[in-house]
Ligand binder design. Structure first.
Ligand SMILES: Nc1ncnc2c1ncn2[C@@H]1O[C@H](COP(=O)(O)OP(=O)(O)O)[C@@H](O)[C@H]1O
Ligand SMILES: [Mg+2]
Length: 593
């Protein structure tokens, strides 16, 4: 497909949107280079009409003038895929940020592009095939160990048809650019394969059969795992106003979610936030393995000061890297914070293109772009019988926390779980500020099938807890009008039960050593205890008596969350709490005094 490169010159500019008059053949999405002051600024073709192309530049366009030369590269925006992606920190064009910073100083200079993968590092390569074997795209040529992961070296996904292997390298230590196999296609053309391949990031990378997501992705966050659970291969979003805790939740998930690989796309709301990610992440320890958390992580960074086009590129870059690891039979989680930044980029560009605007000036295709992104998630049955999964979670930051706006609404219609953060809850320091009255998960029943083995009737119990929260909320509202005494004692007890569930179970301190991470083995007995409380028939004589009792019980349960699980102290606290419940529940004479 090699052709004479098309080229052209700038005839008009609107911010980072350039109009280019060109000669030759170009395609939608093709990468171009704008040659200014000895540097080449990368850009992407977004519209072609006749011999005029509109291109958006991924960087600051200062210095671009009338007649500035533009060269087209003949390929789309691509990700480079191969060993060494893990633990890397790149920008939306996959520049390795640490290396760029080493080369150019702390401030990233425009026009500096570097290969994302280390060319000099040697990897122990284990071939997996014989000469004469016939392979298709995605089939394994061999593998290297990337940390603790079998990194499958797969026949390039861009290749169609069959390849018959004609030569295979001996096992040994090689760099990623080494040819590790050769083969011929059905037309007799020769192909050489290295450990690296490329993929156009805007297209979904998938080989295998999409199957229904069925297994839970536990997170260690009680309100998520119990009340609004997630599935491996599912999609979810967490919208919320500025400061409600979206980023804290995303960071938590990247640390604790029970998956193999996490790809973090940080389109920060604040510039400092991204620096914070870069500074803290490499220090963190993976609670599942005890290794550095970075060994399972890829970070793609953009600050809000980078041009808008780069944000869009980061989202797609992240999806592609995540899909690539899914093809190895791994469970991958892709987190994007915040997708509103990406939507704003679409809006800005659409405005410059003078497209007919949709709601709130977002382009009419906003919904389909968002849907296409989340649809890249999914559980995948691979040809060799293994399963891989890609779970996608995006935060959304609607202006003023108004969930009726187009980005939230478009996202809502394509995800399986909606974790809505509310200002009222974060102001009241009820963290995580996920509002249980408006959040939902379509995965409760599926997760229930799995959790039944831990606690019978799990899904029913979860629905029951949700009901108590709703009833409690209703009663709470009435109480605001008529006061505690105006509420029937029976209803008041229901209210106290829902309050206890909120306070001692759904709330969780992300910054406490023990409470931050609550694995299922710890959630199950606690949820069981909560259900005992829900089911208990308390027979109090007065409102005061009920309140005093529940205050104490609430504190007892809450305090258990800060104790080392199954420690002596924890067991004692659990025993004491159970006794308290039984005491009040069974001995009527005690209650009636
Ligand atoms: N789970 C939590 N536990 C304790 N504090 C939290 C929690 N979530 C958020 N916070 C507090 O709220 C602040 C803002 O959270 P952040 O995630 O940055 O908000 P957002 O990304 O929605 O703008 C945090 O710096 C922290 O002080
Ligand atoms: Mg944030």
């Amino acid at each position: 497909m090699q052709k004479n490169k098309a080229h052209g010159k700038v005839i008009n500019a609107f911010g980072n949107l350039l109009h280019v008059e060109f000669q030759g053949n170009i395609q939608q999405g093709e990468i171009a280079e704008v040659l200014v002051e000895d540097i080449a600024l990368r850009a992407e073709v977004i519209e072609i009409s006749g011999n005029i192309a509109k291109i958006q530049v991924f960087e600051d366009t200062r210095g671009v003038q009338l007649d500035t030369r533009v060269e087209f590269c003949g390929h789309l925006l691509e990700a480079e895929l191969g060993p060494g992606l893990l633990a890397s920190i790149v920008d939306g064009l996959q520049n390795p940020l640490e290396k760029v910073a080493d080369a150019t100083g702390l401030f990233l200079m425009r026009g500096v592009y570097m290969p994302p993968l280390d060319r000099s590092k040697h990897w122990d390569y284990h071939p997996a095939n014989k000469v004469g074997n016939v392979l298709k795209r995605g089939d394994s040529l061999g593998h290297v160990m990337e940390g603790r992961f079998h990194h499958n070296i797969m026949l390039p996904f861009l290749l169609h048809g069959q390849i018959t292997l004609t030569w295979i390298i001996k096992p040994g230590s090689y760099t990623i650019d080494t040819v590790v196999a050769r083969g011929v296609d059905e037309k007799g053309h020769e192909h050489s394969f290295t450990m690296v391949q490329k993929w156009p990031v805007k297209n979904a990378l998938m080989e295998g059969e999409k199957v229904k997501a069925a297994s839970m992705m536990d997170t260690g966050i009680r309100i998520i795992d119990t009340q609004f659970p997630l599935l491996k291969g599912g999609a979810f979003c967490s919208p919320g106003p500025f400061g409600a805790g979206k980023t804290v939740i995303q960071h938590h998930l990247s640390k604790y979610a029970a998956v193999d690989i996490v790809v973090v796309v940080a389109c920060g709301e604040r510039a400092g936030e991204v620096v914070e990610v870069l500074r803290t992440f490499p220090q963190l320890i993976d609670p599942h393995t005890g290794e550095s958390l970075m060994t399972r992580t890829v970070i793609i960074c953009n600050t809000s000061s980078m041009p808008v086009a780069a944000r869009e590129a980061s989202i797609y870059m992240g999806a592609t890297i995540a899909e690539y690891y899914r093809q190895m039979g791994l469970d991958v989680l892709l987190l994007a914070d915040s997708t509103s930044r990406w939507a704003q980029a679409m809006r800005e560009m659409s405005g410059r293109l003078e497209e007919i605007p949709g709601e709130e000036a977002f382009p009419a295709y906003l919904g389909s772009r968002i849907a296409a992104f989340y649809e890249r998630s999914g559980a995948l049955l691979l040809k060799d019988g293994r399963m891989g999964s890609l779970t996608i979670g995006g935060s959304v930051s609607p202006a003023g926390g108004n969930f009726e706006e187009p980005v939230t609404q478009a996202t809502l219609s394509v995800v399986g779980a909606f974790l809505a953060l509310s200002r009222a809850r974060s102001d009241a320091r009820k963290y995580p500020a996920i509002d249980p009255l408006i959040s939902w998960s379509k995965y409760i029943n599926k997760v229930g099938e799995q959790m039944d083995q831990e606690l019978e009737g799990w899904a029913e119990k979860v629905h029951g807890a949700e009901k108590i929260l709703k009833i409690g909320d209703d009663i709470g509202k009435r109480m605001e009008v008529v006061g505690e005494e105006g509420i029937a004692l029976e209803d008041f007890i229901l209210y106290l039960k829902s309050e206890l569930y909120e306070f001692a179970y759904l709330q969780q301190n992300a910054f406490d050593k023990e409470d931050a991470y609550c694995p299922l083995k710890r959630q199950v007995p606690l949820f069981d205890l909560i259900n005992t409380i829900f089911a208990a028939e308390f027979d109090f004589a007065t409102h005061d008596q009920a309140r005093d009792f529940f205050n104490e019980l609430q504190n007892d349960v809450k305090n258990m969350n800060f104790l080392l699980f199954n420690s002596q102290q924890y067991s004692t606290a659990l025993k004491k709490t159970k006794e308290t419940i039984e005491r009040i529940c069974l001995k009527e004479e005690l209650v009636r005094t």
